[in-house]
Ligand binder design. Structure first.
Ligand code: IFM
Length: 456
């Protein structure tokens, strides 16, 4: 095992615009689907909204200081599309662009490398009114938005992610309706949305390359749970890998990672999916696949959880139930499965060989508060991070090209339909005063960064 992470490994933390910025209707910003959704009664836990969130729109300077205090080398943030183009198409908003301009300058001055996600779920309501992902014009609107950001910020920003977790904003937002815009569409519609998202991705990659002054490092940040073999026998490993990329049920809105990444990296949709979704898919032309499979520079992945698999009869994957009392965070879905990062990066590298891999999100939510001693003690988050990073370190030691790790999240923030009840940050936020307190995990991470993970 290597004594530290590879030289130049990038340690970062991540956030997203709607979850931290607040200022939902300031300085000419247009509404997003999340603004509209949160203002509807009963959609979000205790009717919380992102109206103010962490007020990062006003407190960004202080937040950069805190990032410096932790020693972050990189910061993954997203841009709010309706803040810079209020309707999502047409007129730009100079004040919104000025905000990101200042923020980027501030980060660079602080020695922190900005990694920008173009779309982290806050679809402009103006485009939602036109059908959003159902509308065949959406890829073109997204291309224009990407071109705008690349031309305004691409002289200082080189790292870009087109989308965050398509399976969530399509699969949850338009299927179960638990997320904005709260829609419930058929699988046929969802597959069309996934297709339009893919086209939008391809167009955005082209637009960034054409408009950015700096050489662009472009990827995407989909999500998946990592499949972990029960033992390291060849038959368990083979079955586990199969399970990781297997297309789920025909009606499963949360499509498998292979449906997201194969067209982008292999230039084709998985055969198994083409059969499974037969009769539900839009027409997909070779020219579409060419556009979708524009060369990207890295594969990002958001991974929080894992599940164990063993080879059953005839080597078929069998998923094992988690034992009673399996460790988990404050939200039910967030189980602690540390080997996930090792197996995920290993299987990705085998399916999509030699592409740099970036963990664009990984983290833990707990019930943290400021203790009598004025500090925030979050040993569970430290332990979670420590265990997961061990897996990533093993991957690096075996030559898997892992390049960066972004902890979710820099600070506690608006956790979508869960409101503020789940705290994911390394920085505690008191939402009534906006006071920030670095948690124990932030100091622990600071040491990890300073030693390049030597003691992991
Ligand atoms: O808060 C979210 C983030 O917006 C997307 N990935 C998962 C995080 C935790 O649920």
């Amino acid at each position: 095992m290597a004594s530290s992470f590879p030289k130049g490994f990038l340690w970062g933390a991540a956030t997203a615009a709607y979850q931290i910025e607040g200022a939902w209707n300031e300085d000419g910003k247009g509404p997003s689907v999340w603004d509209e959704f949160c203002h509807r009664d009963g959609k979000v836990w205790q009717n919380h909204t992102g109206d103010v969130a962490c007020d990062h729109y006003h407190l960004w300077k202080n937040d950069i200081k805190l990032m410096q205090e932790i020693g972050l080398k990189a910061y993954r943030m997203s841009v709010s599309w309706p803040r810079v183009i209020p309707l999502g198409y047409g007129k730009q908003n100079p004040k919104g662009l000025a905000f990101y301009d200042k923020l980027i300058d501030g980060l660079l001055k602080a020695g922190i490398d900005p990694w920008i996600t173009l779309f982290h779920w806050d679809m402009p309501q103006g485009l939602q009114d036109k059908g959003a992902w159902m509308n065949s014009d959406i890829p073109k609107h997204f291309e224009d938005y990407a071109a705008l950001l690349a031309s305004k910020l691409g002289d200082r920003v080189s790292n870009w992610m087109t989308f965050n977790e398509p399976q969530c904003f399509i699969g949850i937002g338009y299927s179960s309706g638990i997320h904005a815009p709260g829609d419930k569409r058929s699988m046929r519609d969802l597959l069309l949305m996934y297709f339009n998202f893919h086209l939008a991705h391809g167009r955005a990659v082209q637009a960034i390359r054409q408009n950015a002054k700096l050489k662009a490092n472009i990827g995407m940040a989909p999500c998946t749970s990592g499949a972990i073999p029960e033992t390291e026998s060849k038959k368990d490993i083979d079955a586990t890998k199969k399970s990781m990329f297997t297309i789920g049920d025909r009606e499963n809105a949360f499509v498998n990672i292979s449906w997201i990444l194969d067209p982008v990296l292999l230039g084709k949709y998985p055969e198994e999916g083409l059969k499974r979704y037969e009769g539900l898919l839009p027409e997909i032309k070779d020219s579409d696949l060419k556009l979708i499979s524009q060369k990207i520079d890295f594969i990002g992945c958001n991974c929080y959880t894992g599940y164990k698999v063993k080879a059953g009869k005839d080597g078929k994957p069998e998923t094992l139930a988690k034992p009673i009392g399996h460790p988990r965070g404050h939200l039910d879905w967030l189980t602690v499965d540390p080997e996930a990062l090792y197996w995920l990066t290993r299987f990705f590298n085998e399916r999509y060989p030699d592409k740099p891999l970036v963990i664009t999100e990984n983290g833990f939510c707990s019930l943290d508060w400021v203790a009598l001693d004025g500090k925030v003690h979050d040993p569970a988050r430290i332990d979670q991070m420590h265990r997961y990073l061990k897996g990533l370190k093993r991957a690096a030691a075996e030559g898997i090209p892992v390049k960066a790790y972004f902890h979710w999240s820099l600070m506690d923030n608006f956790e979508w339909a869960e409101g503020y009840r789940a705290r994911f940050g390394m920085i505690h936020v008191d939402y009534t005063t906006q006071k920030r307190t670095l948690k124990d995990s932030a100091y622990w991470y600071k040491d990890v960064i300073a030693s390049n993970g030597k003691d992991i």
